[in-house]
Design a binder for this molecule. Structure first.
Ligand SMILES: [Zn+2]
Length: 317
């Protein structure tokens, strides 16, 4: 597909508001440098922010090239990689980074929406969970299947209903990518047992980092992120999809703050190689996780982290 083929659509607020939108900012794809300029707008009725106009479900694939980061970074290779990823997960759990935190539940049936190459399916399977995944990228889905897990390749909307309901549905950095989050949340509501749980992570637009960096804010990720949630708008969208928020955890992770600084330096045309390297910080942070931990914890305590994880429970009338 070429850029000229990328059809855009205007989509109304998914909460059914009819009020006028205001433009919050304009931005572009900074991850791959693909063409196009996009508006983030705020709904005058409920305050939910969204990318509008936006690529359609048919054209959005242009902005997910084969080397799209999350597909590669979650690849787990059998053998040595599995053991080292187990150690890393354990360390991250002990530090309570809250990145992929799930409610404390006995092992049951779990669905991961947007499971990429299956790394988290593997983490949960090792803990005794029966896991399944849904993944938009066929290449990533097939890597998940090679680990031995059932992964449906395609959109959530077209995935077949499960034979038995799930106890837990998770989605790490996925809700903001969906064209209709309310519809998606209603769909997983129908696939979950009564009192079942949902765990999602999303960028945190309440963070002052967003106000400070504007369109250079790393987690803005235009145009792949179609929705941009604050704590309030997240609670409202979850409620419309049939979910009641039980807990919100702030990520102990400043890697996106550092990457945002990299974007700012790129804009200021600072030595390009240096600015590019800083903008790619989330990929190479490794050993800096511990030295930066006190700062990350402070940001989480002040609810200023660039992302949050929400635990919600199925609500039935
Ligand atoms: Zn609205």
């Amino acid at each position: 597909m070429q850029f000229v083929d990328v059809v855009l659509e205007h989509a109304p607020c998914p909460l059914g508001c009819r009020d006028a939108d205001t433009i919050v900012l304009k931005g572009r794809d900074r991850l791959h440098g693909l063409p196009g300029e996009f508006n983030v707008v705020r709904c005058g009725g409920c305050g939910l922010m969204r990318t509008n106009p936006r690529p359609t479900p048919e054209t959005i694939g242009f902005y997910y090239p084969e080397d799209y980061g999350p597909y590669l970074t979650t690849t787990v290779l059998p053998g040595k990689d599995l053991r080292s990823s187990a150690l890393k997960d354990r360390a991250r759990e002990l530090l309570r980074l809250n990145l992929n935190a799930v409610p404390p539940l006995p092992a049951g049936r779990m669905l991961e929406v947007g499971c990429a190459s299956g790394a988290f399916l593997h983490v949960m399977a090792r803990k005794g969970w029966q896991v399944q995944g849904i993944e938009f990228s066929e290449a990533a889905a097939s890597r998940g299947r090679k680990l031995g897990y059932p992964v449906y390749a395609g959109q959530l909307e077209t995935a077949p209903s499960p034979r038995e309901p799930f106890d837990l549905v998770v989605g790490w950095m996925v809700l903001e990518h969906l064209h209709n989050p309310v519809k998606a949340l209603s769909q997983v509501h129908a696939w979950t047992r009564p009192d079942g749980w949902l765990a999602l992570s999303i960028p945190n637009l309440d963070s002052r980092q967003f106000a400070l960096f504007g369109n250079a804010w790393f987690p803005l990720h235009l145009p792949n992120h179609l929705f941009h949630f604050t704590r309030d708008s997240l609670v409202r969208v979850l409620k419309a999809g049939g979910w009641k928020v039980e807990r919100i955890l702030y990520h102990r992770d400043v890697s996106q703050l550092i990457a945002s600084l990299g974007h700012k330096l790129q804009d200021m045309r600072r030595p390009p190689s240096c600015a590019d390297k800083i903008a790619q910080f989330p990929d190479w942070q490794g050993k800096l996780l511990l030295p930066l931990y006190p700062l990350s914890s402070l940001f989480a305590l002040l609810r200023q982290s660039s992302a949050m994880t929400v635990w919600a429970r199925r609500e039935d009338d």
